[in-house]
Write a protein that binds this ligand. Structure first.
Ligand SMILES: Cc1cc2nc3c(=O)[nH]c(=O)nc-3n(C[C@H](O)[C@H](O)[C@H](O)COP(=O)(O)O)c2cc1C
Length: 346
């Protein structure tokens, strides 16, 4: 309630100021936040060797520096993905770099991996009590001489502190980064991370986060490389560089990645196409434009075992997660599914 009242005032501020204040408020009030009610057992998901209390996760980019994973879990998220974290701290792009497109229920960002770097994030993760699932999303510094080496460094440092690691090769805001989705580069990247993982005492699940702006040929390549490399899953998808002609907001032509409602259809289409290519062999996390229980349900039926969201939080209050879970359960019951797992890809 305190945070909802604060959030409605914060909506009057520029988007990034409001976001930083939300992080600080969540940090300050974390111990006072009432814990969300325990989830209905039909929402539980067993995936990646982990027990998720519910399939609704907070997507990367909200808590880039692992400052508030536990506060977000208390809100009722089934898991939280922190990051993107790079080996060295970096400032990101000049402001303004985050825009709310209220009429379109969308966001455009060109943050450019602003983050505190892997050492600061590792210290926070060590200090954490680890009472919920927290994945870490890793990336390369903008000025990296060898991008793959940056991923290796971040992976080696953070994987032992994470429940899973997401490899972000799909941000449109680091020039050239998405080239790592190409067959040759991706093979080298995933082989390097696989070899690094083999040296760790425990095998942390590895997922690849992909863009929605990929053609059928690129999807074929990614599916083949991911299966051959033995990673556990794909996160589909990051923001899009496309601008649907239907956008109404004055910010529509800002450079960066578009997320929120207009991303729902294209990201769900790519998710379905990936499920057709990988079936039960990979765990898919569906993300892009989820703002309701029926959106989450559509991702699950398209092949997602888990779902994430971010942009809808900019427009809805903290009740959003609880509402989505209730609606999702109603969808499952209506269609005769005993649990989330039964509806995946159906
Ligand atoms: C402000 C902002 C920052 C983001 N930063 C990251 C990031 O650092 N790493 C990443 O993998 N995705 C990042 N994303 C993408 C989201 O994780 C998600 O894939 C995308 O926004 C689609 O979901 P949504 O429509 O629910 O927002 C960011 C999104 C937004 C809006």
């Amino acid at each position: 309630m305190i945070l909802d009242a604060a959030a409605s005032v914060l909506r009057l501020f520029p988007a990034e100021t409001a976001h930083s204040a939300t992080i600080r408020l969540s940090q300050a009030f974390s111990p006072l936040l009432p814990r969300a009610r325990p989830d209905d057992s039909r929402l539980a998901v067993r995936a990646l060797g982990l027990n998720f209390p519910n399939p609704i996760g907070l997507a990367a980019g909200f808590d880039k520096n692992a400052q508030v994973p536990d506060a977000m879990l208390r809100f009722g998220f089934g898991f939280v993905e922190c990051g993107t974290v790079t080996p060295r701290p970096q400032a990101g792009n000049p402001r303004p770099r985050l825009f709310r497109l209220a009429e379109d229920r969308a966001v455009i960002n060109r943050m450019g991996f602003n983050n505190d770097g892997m050492e600061a994030v590792a210290r926070r993760l060590v200090a954490r009590r680890r009472n919920g699932i927290c994945g870490i999303n890793i990336g390369a510094n903008k000025d990296a001489l060898d991008r793959i080496e940056d991923y290796r460094l971040a992976f080696a440092r953070l994987a032992p502190l994470a429940d899973y690691v997401a490899v972000n090769v799909s941000s449109p805001n680091t020039p050239g980064l998405r080239g790592l989705q190409d067959r040759g580069e991706l093979t080298r990247l995933l082989e390097t991370l696989g070899a690094t993982r083999a040296q760790l005492p425990t095998a942390v699940p590895l997922l690849l986060k992909i863009a929605p702006d990929l053609d059928a040929h690129a999807l074929d390549d990614i599916a083949e490389v991911a299966l051959a490399a033995g990673i556990e899953g794909l996160i589909v998808s990051n923001t899009t560089i496309a601008r649907p002609p239907s956008l109404k907001s004055r910010h529509a032509s800002e450079a960066g990645g578009l997320s929120g409602a207009p991303l729902f259809e294209p990201s769900t289409r790519i998710l379905r196409e990936m499920y057709a290519r990988t079936g039960a062999k990979l765990i898919l996390i569906g993300v892009g434009g989820v703002a309701s229980g029926s959106d989450a349900y559509a991702k699950i039926r398209a092949g997602a075992s888990l779902v994430q969201l971010y942009s809808a939080l900019a427009f809805e209050g903290s009740g959003l997660v609880g509402r989505i879970k209730q609606e999702l359960l109603a969808c499952l019951v209506r269609d005769g599914f005993a649990n989330v797992g039964d509806a995946v890809g159906k």
